[in-house]
Structures are given as structure tokens and as C-alpha cells.
Design a protein. Sequence first.
Length: 328
Amino acid sequence: MAQQTKVLVTGAGGFIGHHLVKYLKGQGYWVRGVDIKEPEYEKSPADVFELLDLRRWPNCLLATHGAEEVYNLAANMGGIGFIESHKAEIMHDNVLINIHMLEAARLNGIKRYLYTSSACIYPGYKQNTTDVKPLREEDAYPADPEDGYGWEKLFSERQCRHYSEEYDLETRVVRFHNIFGPLGTYDGGREKSPAAICRKVALAKKEDEIVVWGDGQQTRSYCYVDDCVEGIYRLMRASFRQPLNLGQDRLITVNELVDIIANVAGKKISKKYDLSKPQGVRGRNSDNAKLRQVLNWEPQISLEKGLELTYFWICEQLTKSGRFLPTF
Ligand code: NAD
């Protein structure tokens, strides 16, 4: 029975991990949350929350002990500015976490193991234009992922596949496409574009200009975090062992993203382009055909609704932290 199942969520102090712990508690699970830090904005509802560094092998054995299912979300990561400038550190930390976590899961007889991969594993040569063709799961090879972060994700996906084939470990691999929402990092350098733009718009005057990284023509799809955790859960319960996209398939430019947020804020915002900043691939979208087929479901929450919830949450945080929000 779901009530008695013991699950481990790693990265439970992070953005998606914290939302996932809340969701799993709502489903009646007993949850152990593990991270190197507590959640930043509210207390974790996990039954047990442990501060453990999962780069260390004994800590992975400890974390998985007694659990039946593992959602492995722990990773050293951030937005494009961070992952472009910390490749060695990211690969070092995440290889150690994922290699140790898989082996610990095997030794401790974990029944199901979910690994959170990324759209960053898709090849650069398929993402050179803004009107990019949505990426299907099989587009991952021949490999040419995002340097550093993306290579590590692809490597760890492969290791899940080998553990599934050779040790019959029930692995699930999900490839997120730009997840956003409240309770996520919104400043400090690790934030992603939706949170960064919400913050800039919140701090802008009624009529103002904000800096946009790149020329604003780059395209992406964005998925609200409540859909993300529901998708993760559905995949864990499904019998599908191959990697699966999880995201929205509505492609928009970063310029359009700014316009939607400005509209939510009720402000007139113009853009100043900073071409010296990293902007990632030119275009990226999720092909959700397999997602619909495997999960019999797809993300439900509109971008406008998700951005509204995120924008006002960020305004609240800025106000709480004493940052001045102009109203004129
Ligand atoms: P996040 O940075 O908020 O959460 C990751 C958590 O892992 C952090 O709380 C961090 O402290 C923890 N962590 C890092 N090193 C650790 C260590 N050595 N031991 C224990 N914990 C450690 O990021 P998120 O957005 O919640 O992402 C969760 C997962 O989803 C990550 O694996 C990430 O790579 C993946 N992902 C996220 C997105 C996205 O859009 N947010 C997109 C693609 C993939």
C-alpha cells in the first residue's frame, strides 16, 4: 500500500526535490529527504530530512538503506551562466553522486530508481535554429550534448540503462525541459531564465528597460513545477525503462517570455540585449508524443498561469528580503 512505501528523495533541499517531497507526502508515502542543504524558503515536510553529501560513498549507502524507491534529483547545477563556467566542478560532483547512488541502490535492493536527466543531453547540431524541430527521445544519438553538464547527464543515463540491463534494476530516466515555479532560486547566479526575468521585471519601474541575455530570439519551452512532479510520479509508476521527455511543447522566444511576464506584472518593459552573455542552444523544444503515449497524460498548466504564480512569489520574496519594488 502507498501509505507504507518508504521513498528516498535526494536533492530534497532543492527546487524540484522540495516540491516532489510535498507531492509524495500528499500521496501518503513515508519520505526521507536528503541534501547538503535544507530547503531555502520553507521547511521540508519529509518524515526525516538528513544533511548528507552524496558525493561520498558511505553517505549513499546510508541514504538508500531501508528505502524501497529512490528519486535521485541531487545535482550540482544552475542556469546557463553557471553551467557554462563550472564544467569541471559539475562533472566531478555529479558523476560521483550518480555512480555511487546507483550502486548503493543496487546493494540495498531498491525496487525502483528514478534518475533526473535533462534536455541538455540533446545534440547541439539539432538545435541550431530558432524554429527547431521538437526533440524526440531517439534524437539523443549520435551524441553531442551540452558540454560538461549535458555529457554527465548522458553518461549517467547510460549507467542507468546498464544497471537495468545487467542487474535488472528498475530504472526510470526523465529528461526535464526548463522547469520553473515558486520556491526556486531567483538570484545569486544559479537561477534560470524565467526566474531571472521575473526578478528583473519585479525590480523594474512601471515603464522600464531590462537586460536580456543574447538577442532574445532564442527559443525554448517551459514547464510549471506542479506538472513536473506529477509527471515524475506517473513515470515512476509506469513500466517504461527508456528515457522520457518531460516538458511543455509550446515553443516561445525569450522576447515573448519577457512580454508575458511584463503583462502579468502590468508593466511596460523594453529590452536591452547583452550579446556577451551565454544563451545556450539557439532553439529547443520537447516532442511529447512518447510522453502522451507512456503516461497517458501531458503537462496541463499554461505558461501564463505558471508565470503569474512564479512572478508574484518572487515579488513576495524580494519584499521580504527588503528589496525595493518600484510601483511608479
Ligand atoms: P536544485 O539545484 O534546486 O536542486 C538540486 C539539489 O541537489 C540542491 O538542493 C543541492 O544542494 C543538491 N545537491 C548538490 N550537490 C549535492 C551533494 N553532493 N549531496 C547532496 N545533495 C546535493 O535543482 P533543481 O532544478 O531542483 O533540479 C533537480 C534535478 O533536475 C537535478 O538533477 C537537475 O540537474 C535536473 N534538471 C532540472 C531542470 C530544471 O529546469 N530545473 C532541467 C533539467 C534537469
